[in-house]
Write a protein that binds this ligand. Structure first.
Ligand SMILES: [Zn+2]
Length: 168
C-alpha cells in the first residue's frame, strides 16, 4: 500500500475544494497521469515495464532488465518544487509532518535504488500534463542508453519472480 495516496481516517478533511480534488484524484494506484505515461511508453516501443516491481520503494513503473525505475509523483503529496502548492490552512502541523515524511521516504527510496545500480527517474504529474513528449523522450533516452541486464541479474534483483506480473 502506498500510504501517501490513501486518505485514511486519520487524515483531516481537506479544507478547500482544490485540496479535495487533488486528494481524490490521487486515490488508488492507477491515477490517470500514470496511465497516460504507460500508454506513451508502449507507443514508443517500450511495453515491457512492470508495475510496483519488488525492489525498495516499489517504483510505479520499472524496467528491471535495464534497471530503470520511474516514480510518478503527485504534486500535492510529494511537494513538487514547480507547483509549490500551499500547505492546507487547517491542521497545518499534520500536513507538514505528513509531507516531510513523504519527501524523506521518496529520497530514501531513490538513494537505495541508486546504490543498487538503478537509474531512478522522478516524473512530476504537472510535467506529464504540460510537456509529455519531453518527459517521455527523457525516459526513452534512459532506457535506450541502459545496458540490458542478464536474466540472472534480474532474478537476483527481484528475488521473488513469481510474484511479479507482466501487465500485458
Ligand atoms: Zn507540479
Amino acid at each position: 500500500m502506498r500510504e501517501g495516496y490513501v486518505r485514511d481516517r486519520r487524515s483531516p478533511k481537506p479544507s478547500s475544494d482544490a485540496a479535495s480534488r487533488v486528494m481524490s484524484a490521487n486515490k488508488g494506484k492507477n491515477t490517470s497521469p500514470e496511465l497516460v505515461l504507460r500508454k506513451m511508453l508502449r507507443e514508443r516501443g517500450h511495453p515491457g515495464y512492470r508495475l510496483h516491481f519488488n525492489v525498495p520503494g516499489r517504483p510505479d513503473i520499472s524496467y528491471p532488465g535495464r534497471k530503470v525505475a520511474i516514480f510518478v509523483n503527485g504534486c500535492f503529496w510529494h511537494r513538487c518544487p514547480t507547483c509549490d502548492l500551499p500547505i492546507p490552512k487547517s491542521n497545518t502541523q499534520f500536513w507538514k509532518d505528513k509531507f516531510r515524511k513523504n519527501t524523506e521516504r521518496d529520497a530514501c527510496k531513490a538513494e537505495t535504488l541508486t546504490k543498487m545500480g538503478w537509474n531512478v527517474l522522478v516524473v512530476w504529474e504537472c510535467d506529464l500534463c504540460n510537456r509529455p513528449n519531453e518527459i517521455v523522450d527523457g525516459i526513452v533516452n534512459a532506457l535506450e542508453g541502459a545496458r540490458t541486464a542478464t536474466v540472472s541479474e534480474i532474478a537476483t534483483v527481484s528475488g521473488t519472480r513469481d510474484q511479479q506480473a507482466y501487465m500485458h
